[in-house]
Write a protein that binds this ligand. Sequence first.
Ligand SMILES: *Cc1c(COP(=O)(O)O)cnc(C)c1O
Length: 375
Amino acid sequence: MTPEFPGGRLTIDLAALQKNWRTLRDLDPSSECAAVVKADAYGIGLEPAAKALSAAGAKTFFVAHLSEAAIARAAAPDATIYVLNGLPQGAGDAFAAIRARPVLGSAEEIAEWRGFVAATGADGAAAIHIDTGMRRLGLDVEEAKALLPSDLGFTPSLLMSHLACADEPERPETEAQRALFAELRALVPKTPASLANSPGTLLKKTSCGGLGFDLRRPGVSLYGGNPLAPRPSQLAPVVRLDARIVQTRIVPEGVAVGYGGVERTRRPTRLAILSLGYADGILRAGGGADGGRPGAGAFGGGVRCPYFGRISMDLIAIDVTDASEAATRRGDWIEVLGDHIGVDDLAQACGTISYEILTSLGGRYERRYLQGASS
Ligand SMILES: *Cc1c(COP(=O)(O)O)cnc(C)c1O
């Protein structure tokens, strides 16, 4: 439901989403480009994202939960859909009902899937996850060596592993994971293999080349996040967020602003108070404080306007002293995310990553979708 008089307006550019998917696809024409749409497509909306990505040509989707797979299935009737968090006990029928494939990450899950396939005659397509260094989900190397060449009672449709450190290109772990994964996939050479996430996809042309295998699984980069920031990327912003000015005020030099009075004006300052806060996913760590890390900034009246003092639950003060007054009055809309304030810029100022900013985008915004190409 669209709220009346919202404090923030979220604009999601589905054409930019499609463009980013094509950009990533074209980085490695020899490897299929899937799309990771877990967590409500990183906050932008799973159903519209899956429809737009399908229309752009994506054929394989990854979600975290079966409930997300059901939404993806409705949006993309012909797609292949994998559930990264694996097979919950007793969920075989629910997977089969929507033709979703579990990513099996343990010997127990594999045994349960084998039993389900034997009992029902289901087609049994599923991915097998092996742990090459993340220590989260997946068979360990010894288990994988024992199980992969054996008769599993079903035919795995994908062998995958996940990179732990690819967003830091200088780290040696990525090449170690690649080499180990290549060795293990050689045990089942006919099964398609997948290793790369967004950074693995974007690193293709650098020293970490060779990560593409048969299928890549980018997530955040589809949504305009750049996991290799501050290195430049060719990805287009997908999310734009504007906030409404509730009030402006002029305060003299030396005055403390906001909760705790942690930041004082260093000159006579015109403040604008924006109608959003940490309850809307603008993390409190992005506020300003005297002597602290510089706060985040918004963009309005032609300039960057730094956040001033602590971020409140529903309000943020920004310094609009240097901005055009005509464009920073009560009722004007100020860019919080968009062409001038990138999602990685805001994330860095909040001490976090674009993933967390995107998946925290609040539920009180008005949401508008700019439609992309439909075929
Ligand atoms: C989330 C996830 C991805 C996508 O990661 P990004 O860094 O967002 O591209 C790929 N594979 C697995 C297993 C994941 O959990």
